[in-house]
Every structure is written in structure tokens, then in C-alpha cells.
Ligand binder design. Structure first.
Ligand SMILES: [Zn+2]
Length: 475
């Protein structure tokens, strides 16, 4: 592999979160009983006419705006003709030579920092139905997914390693989620990816023959499949043969790619303009007004977290990984403004709860406001940092206000100097020899006294306060 350069381009299909399908009013929803959402339009019955879903166009334009595409004021739908049992119409309505969004770019995070991947286009298309092969002797067909809206995001062949492909998908997924146009549920197939990969000798300008890996719905598996495929192509070339243009399916269980068919070319699909739909006209003013509604995007937010809040890049990356998490972070700052402290607590205790309990961040009982309160209580010495961890867990368990938990559990630090003084005095009285050694100059023994006093107060004494009391009493 060391002599070769890998070239990867990705085509990502993202299912749009519209209520209804792309060209009819059937519901577009995963998980409903099979064959409950179908009509003459999505079944392709004679005489049925498609009607464009405005909301789907809006979502596609939002995505185009977010990654800097040029939004075409006029684009055309086309029929892509092929037979497959999950496609009752015998063709898919897609876009071909005049797509909705053209050009654009997506920043990804790689080891060396940020790299920008070019976007070729985004187009709108309908999904096919679903075949189920593992229930009963034959295959079953579910029409519910027929005609649900997809955007296909096609990248330039700008990625140079499977790891970059992984980073690209991560970055794309983040943006789709930030825009709230796709739920990116990989298991349900809302985000699927086809990858084109070729290799060439280092320094070579011409692209090698590419192969395609179809229908991946796991980022990790895609990375593995690309590694396998690059290796396979290198072995083919090393043995003096040439790589064939082929389509593969990845088999995760064997860790191998399985040839599916020799790769078809666009002309095999007999694309032609969809005669039942008018050209899609998107007015510039609409595009511009949608641009105004874009949320702050992950890369911008990341930079802001670093520059304005002083977070290290890795923390900024974690905290912007989802919009909800970034919101949680910023909302916590409204109650407690030390950004680095908040970042550390979220990346430690809060994300641990999220992970252990498999929760969404916005479903936590430790709301951003409650976390802010807890951190404030640490700062003003009402509780110790150690107790704070306990308070966080208990707030999550019992859904109560932090102050209430602290009171009920007696977790407050004793800063009342009277109580502390008594405790310190007892410790000193019980250890006359140590006191003597301290007085003769073994100043390190202060640690011992603080430890004893902390024990005497069951860990609730304020260590700083205790320290200064001892120094004063022995000084
Ligand atoms: Zn329908």
C-alpha cells in the first residue's frame, strides 16, 4: 500500500424528515405496520400524477445553503429506469443533469487539523420500497418507504484514506442533525452511503479504475470495507492485472466485499426528463430567506468555543458533536460562566450518565440549569468537588433540585468556623507528639492534621478553612 494513493468519493443518501412522501400525501414514517402507507401515486398506478412536496425542497435547499452550494433557480426531475422488485413503478424519480444544488464544500476534522472536501451536487429523489428477506420462505415487500424523500449528497473524490471518509460522514451527519432535516438513524436506514474507491501510484495524476461499495449504513463498517477494498485493488495491480469496474456489497461477518454486478453506466438507466412534473423553480428570494434561518453550524461553533471560550480543540470538538450537546453546554454557562470548568464536568460526569443510561442529553434530569447551580455551589464552597459528583448522580436518580439533595444527604461542607474549630482542636489534643514535631519544623505534617480533621467532619469540612485554622492555632 505504501506505493499507492487512495482516492475516495462518497454518495450519501439522507432521508428527509418530512411528514409526507415526496410526491404524494402518504405518511413518511419508519416502523409503521407494513403496507399501510401507499396510494396510486407511490405505487405508480396508471394515471396517477406526482405532486412536489414543498417542504422536501425547502430541506434540500437548507442543506445546500449550509454547505455552500449554488442553488439552481431551475432544476429538472428525471426518470431513472430500472427493474427491481422494490420499485413498483419500474423507475425512480430523481434528478440527473440539472440538480437542485451544485458545488459546495464540507470541512472535516483529520489528525492534521481541518481539511475541506468538495461537494459536487445535491439532488432530490424518491426512495424505493423495502424488501424483507428473512421472514418466511419468499421475500416480502413493504410499500411504506416507496416515494419517501431523499437527498443524495455527492462529494468530489477528495478523500485520501478510509479515515477521511469516516470523518466526512461524521461531519455530514452533524450538519444534517444541526439542520434538523434528517434523524440520521443508521439502523433504520435514514442515512446510507455508497463509496467509490480507486488507487493510483503516488505522484500519478490520472485516476485509477474505481469500484463501488453499495449501501453501507455503518460508518465503522464503511471504513473497514474501504480498507479492505484498497488492499484488494493493490494486490490486483501488484499481480499485473487491472482493476475491473465493479459494484460490491460488504459482508461485515466475513470482513470481505462480495462482487454484486459489473458497474452500470448512467446511459443504462435511460434517464429522461420526468414528463409528469414541471421544472422545479426555486426563487432566489426564497433561497435567501432560508439562508437567514440557518442555525450556527458545527464548524463555526467549534471555532467560537475555542476562540471565545478558551476551550482546547478536542473539547470544542466533543461539545459541538451534536447541536443538543452544544446547546446544553451554552445553557449551563448562563448559570455558571466558567467555560472550561463546565466543559470538564460535561465531558466527565454528564457524558458518562448519557452513555451509561443511553439517554439523549436533553432528557437528563441534571438539566443545564441544575448543573450550573451545582458548579456554583462548588465554587462558593458549599459542597466539595467530590460531593458534587455524588449530587449530580442523585439529581439524575431522584429528579430533585441540587439544594434539596444536599440538604437531605447532609452533603454541605462545614464552613461554620465554630464547628470546624472544635474538630481541629480535638485533633490537635489527640496528637500531642505530632504537634510537637510540627512545632520543631516538620511543616509537612499539616497534611496529616487536615486529613484527620476532614475525617472528624466526615469529609464535610472545607479543607482550605481547616488548613488556615490549623496554621493559626499552631502558629
Ligand atoms: Zn402515496
Amino acid at each position: 500500500m505504501v506505493d499507492y494513493e487512495i482516492v475516495i468519493g462518497l454518495e450519501v443518501h439522507a432521508q428527509l424528515l418530512t411528514t409526507t412522501k415526496l410526491f404524494c400525501s402518504c405518511r413518511s414514517r419508519f416502523g409503521d405496520p407494513p403496507n399501510t402507507h401507499g396510494c396510486p401515486v407511490c405505487l405508480g398506478l396508471p394515471g396517477a400524477l406526482p405532486v412536489m412536496n414543498r417542504r422536501a425542497v425547502e430541506m434540500a435547499v437548507r442543506m445546500g445553503n449550509a454547505i455552500g452550494c449554488k442553488i439552481a433557480t431551475k432544476s429538472i426531475f428525471a426518470r431513472k429506469n430500472y427493474f427491481y422488485p422494490d420499485l413498483p413503478k419500474g423507475y425512480q424519480i430523481s434528478q440527473y443533469d440539472m440538480p437542485l444544488c451544485i458545488g459546495g464544500s464540507l470541512p472535516i476534522i483529520v489528525n492534521e487539523g481541518e481539511k475541506v472536501i468538495g461537494i459536487t451536487r445535491i439532488h432530490l429523489e424518491e426512495d424505493a420500497g423495502k424488501l424483507i428477506h428473512d421472514q418466511g420462505p419468499g421475500s416480502l415487500f413493504d410499500v411504506n418507504r416507496c416515494g419517501t424523500p431523499l437527498i443524495e449528497i455527492v462529494s468530489e473524490p477528495d478523500m485520501r484514506s478510509p479515515a477521511e471518509a469516516y470523518a466526512y460522514l461524521l461531519s455530514l451527519k452533524q450538519i444534517l442533525e444541526y439542520l434538523e432535516i434528517c434523524d440520521c438513524n443508521m439502523e433504520e436506514g435514514s442515512l446510507r452511503c455508497d463509496a467509490n474507491i480507486s488507487i493510483r501510484h503516488k505522484g500519478e495524476k490520472k485516476l485509477g479504475t474505481k469500484t463501488e461499495i453499495k449501501n453501507m449504513n455503518s460508518f465503522k463498517e464503511l471504513e473497514k470495507a474501504l480498507e479492505y477494498e484498497a488492499q484488494r485493488q493493490a494486490e490486483v495491480l501488484e499481480s499485473g492485472n487491472s482493476v475491473l469496474q465493479q459494484t460490491f456489497l460488504w459482508d461485515p461477518s466475513s470482513g470481505r466485499s462480495i462482487p454484486m454486478r459489473s458497474k452500470e453506466d448512467a446511459h443504462d438507466y435511460r434517464y429522461f426528463p420526468e414528463p409528469d412534473l414541471m421544472p422545479l423553480v426555486v426563487e432566489q428570494s426564497w433561497t435567501d430567506s432560508l439562508k437567514q434561518t440557518l442555525p450556527e453550524l458545527p464548524s463555526h461553533r467549534r471555532t467560537r468555543f475555542e476562540k471565545e471560550m478558551g476551550l482546547v480543540p478536542s473539547a470544542a470538538e466533543v461539545l459541538t458533536s451534536s447541536r443538543a450537546l452544544a446547546d446544553y453546554f451554552e445553557q449551563t454557562l448562563l448559570t455558571y460562566s466558567d467555560a472550561r470548568q463546565v466543559a470538564n464536568w460535561i465531558m466527565g460526569d454528564i457524558l458518562r450518565i448519557v452513555k451509561d443510561e443511553k439517554l439523549e442529553i436533553n432528557c437528563l434530569k441534571v438539566t443545564s440549569e441544575r448543573l450550573g447551580k451545582i458548579l456554583k455551589l462548588v465554587e462558593n464552597n458549599t459542597i466539595s468537588a467530590r460531593s458534587a459528583k455524588k449530587v449530580i448522580n442523585l439529581v439524575q436518580e431522584q429528579d430533585k433540585e441540587p439544594e434539596k439533595i444536599i440538604e437531605e444527604q447532609g452533603l454541605g461542607q462545614i464552613s461554620d468556623s465554630g464547628a470546624l474549630e472544635t474538630a481541629v482542636k480535638t485533633v490537635l489534643d489527640q496528637n500531642p507528639d505530632t504537634v510537637e514535631r510540627y512545632k520543631k519544623g516538620e511543616k509537612k505534617l499539616i497534611g496529616f492534621f487536615v486529613g484527620q480533621a476532614m475525617r472528624a467532619t466526615q469529609g464535610k469540612g472545607n479543607p482550605k478553612e481547616i488548613n488556615s485554622l490549623i496554621t493559626r492555632m499552631l502558629g
